[in-house]
Design a protein around this ligand. Sequence first.
Ligand code: FMN
Length: 180
Amino acid sequence: MTSTLIITGSPSAGSRTSRLAHAIVGRLAQHNIESSVLDVRTLPAEDLLGARVGSPTIAAALEQVAGAKGVVVATPIYKAAYSGLLKTFLDVLPQFGLREKVVLPLATGGTVAHVLALDYALRPVLSSLDPSHVVSGLFILDKQIIVHSDGRVELDPDVSARLDQTLANFVDGLRRLHGK
Ligand SMILES: Cc1cc2nc3c(=O)[nH]c(=O)nc-3n(C[C@H](O)[C@H](O)[C@H](O)COP(=O)(O)O)c2cc1C
């Protein structure tokens, strides 16, 4: 099985981005891809803000990134860009921290006016970390991620189909780079 890490960058406890990430775990499993979620909000804030790469929690998170063959980076759009929380984590990655990895950028936002933040803000940062390939990303409106009172998450059917296609491209990239 190929291992993939899904990094989420929302500070919100009920984060739709994080819920989306957990839904993706199941979808990747259908491709025989094992994945886990790293919610950056669970890391110690002082360690992130102080860039303490030697702190055990940060070091363990960095090891998770290093060990993954594929990395999904999922962020809410904040002020027309990725979240500051996500950036605190990307900033503690090594200079070439995404080398030999396939990367998928994902964003959730409140308005399509900021759909380009994915390509103009997030993608250049990810590319600077020297990944093998950054596949086409996906922007999802928050209202298209429906959270039911029992915690169940449902995606708008159109978004669900686009997410499946996006993940298929990502899996294809992983297989090309790393084989089965
Ligand atoms: C502080 C803040 C700033 C936001 N700025 C934007 C923005 O500039 N553009 C946008 O499309 N949505 C913006 N939103 C909406 C969020 O991106 C959207 O609701 C997202 O799905 C929230 O994800 P989360 O539930 O994972 O935190 C903002 C939300 C917050 C709380």
